[in-house]
Design a protein around this ligand. Structure first.
Ligand code: DLL
Length: 432
């Protein structure tokens, strides 16, 4: 099934024409309504009239997450504040979050994109969907929720944090589809197996994303739960979940090119890369009203495939993600920057800036260990003081990053030091 065949199966010429028109109108809107873009374009000597076709996009400036952070909260608004009906946020490197604003129309487009993704997965209005992404500022919960309702399915807004209740309701309400992170779904599978309940569930589909995952994880969840699992991609800055999703052919994630124009660039030179080559994914939001972004650097490394897919869709496909061009880690679905940990440490007296983060995946759960050098005196003091310091550090990290770390305090010089750039992170998960 294809939710919006008119759009999802346009010819490549039709796509390029539509994108050109939408880009032209977008550039006019941001030039006249967003000082940040007007200034940038003026600095580059570009005027809205210079942007007529989609190929002209290369004349436009990039946007980075630092730009969003600097514009916090409303600096990049392209409509009057009174037109905004929702905000969502994503954690930044330090301090303030990135705040994204949506008009009513933006929310409708978002729901449409998630509905397209769910339809790709085979989900219909007859399904009962449990949404196991967090509800709140994170886009996962509300994004999946609105998409499922728009599809006409029945939604159970579980959110995160109570696996027992999720399993009880999954069985009692005869849930047929679930939207959650892939690592959480494997955790649910384990819990079902331990309690001998796998045969009691009626689950058929899972739509998983918000973090990188592998074909091996997909195979495991499909076999253990007897379901079909699909990969959904998105990011708060662009919209939330539903920027792209894979179809039954599993040859990449179709990006909804009528709303999001994708480019691949070299993250060092910022030059565009030819079709098929690996680089950083850059997205322009062609239809967003509230806070549209020109050439947003996602930092996600991948390539694009433009061949028509066997499913009939013509929209380009994002290939396997190969990591990021910055140091962001996605741990249990939460974006974590090492600098946030550093920032948290600065707030606790007695710690030093020497820390080391180790991330691993044990039994399908991400582990997040932080070792910190603390002042010598704590080791000669009473154990109680050391324990208090450990708790303070743990709370500070939890507050800043949003997830709990296993904290270990070590003596000065116990961690690797280097004359050059000190390495602060080891990610042992094999996700690329
Ligand atoms: O994670 C939105 C989302 C929610 C997507 C639910 C899918 C499902 P952010 O918190 O802003 O938004 O994180 C965005 O997460 O730039 C990627 O690095 C990573 N990411 C998201 N989906 C995938 C995926 C949501 N399917 C950042 N595969 C992105 C790999 C993903 N990485």
């Amino acid at each position: 099934m294809i939710w919006n065949e008119t759009k999802e199966c346009m010819s490549r010429d039709e796509i390029a024409n539509l994108q050109g028109k939408r880009l032209h109108s977008l550039v006019n809107r941001v030039y006249h309504n967003v000082e940040f873009y007007r200034k940038k374009m003026q600095e580059m000597g570009v005027e809205p009239a210079d942007i007529q076709t989609i190929e002209d996009i290369e004349k436009l400036p990039f946007t980075t997450y630092a730009d969003l952070r600097d514009a916090y909260p409303y600096g990049l608004l392209a409509v009057p504040r009174s037109e905004i009906v929702r905000v969502q946020a994503s954690s930044g490197t330090t301090g303030k979050p990135k705040l994204l604003c949506y008009t009513r129309h933006d929310i409708d487009i978002w729901a449409e994109c998630v509905t397209r993704a769910m339809t790709m997965a085979g989900i219909t209005k007859n399904d009962i969907i449990q949404v196991g992404y967090g509800y709140g500022l994170f886009t996962g919960g509300l994004g999946a929720h609105y998409g499922a309702e728009n599809l006409g399915a029945m939604v159970i807004p579980m959110s995160t944090g109570n696996t027992k209740k999720l399993i009880d309701m999954m069985i009692d309400c005869e849930v047929t589809a679930i939207a959650c992170t892939p690592s959480y779904l494997l955790h649910v599978a384990e819990a079902l197996e331990e309690q001998g309940l796998v045969d009691k569930v009626k689950l058929k589909y899972a739509i998983c994303g918000a973090e990188p995952w592998t074909d091996e994880m997909r195979k495991q969840m499909e076999q253990r739960l007897k379901i079909k699992a699909f990969d959904i991609y998105g990011l708060t800055e662009i919209m939330g979940p539903g920027v792209a999703c894979d179809c039954e052919c599993r040859k990449g994630l179709h990006i909804y090119e009528d709303h999001f124009y994708p480019e691949i660039i070299d993250p060092d030179t910022l030059e565009s890369k030819p079709h098929g080559e690996l680089g950083e994914l850059v997205i322009t939001t062609l239809t967003k009203e509230g806070m549209p972004l020109l050439r947003y650097r996602t930092r996600d490394l991948t390539s694009l495939e433009y061949e028509r897919c066997e499913c009939g869709r013509t929209m380009a496909r994002i290939q396997r993600f190969r990591g990021r061009s910055d140091d962001m880690l996605v741990i249990r679905g939460v974006n974590v920057f090492p600098s946030q940990v550093e920032h948290a440490l600065l707030t606790v007296a007695g710690t030093t800036p020497n820390y080391f983060i180790t991330v691993d995946r044990v039994n399908n759960n991400d582990t997040f260990d932080v070792a910190i050098e603390v002042e010598e005196r704590f080791f000669s003091d009473e154990v109680r003081k050391l324990e208090k310091l450990r708790n303070d550090v743990s709370d500070a990290i939890h507050q800043t990053v949003g997830i709990k770390a296993k904290v270990k305090l070590v003596e000065p010089n116990a961690l690797p030091h280097s004359e050059g750039k000190t390495k602060h992170v080891e990610d042992r998960r094999k996700l690329v």
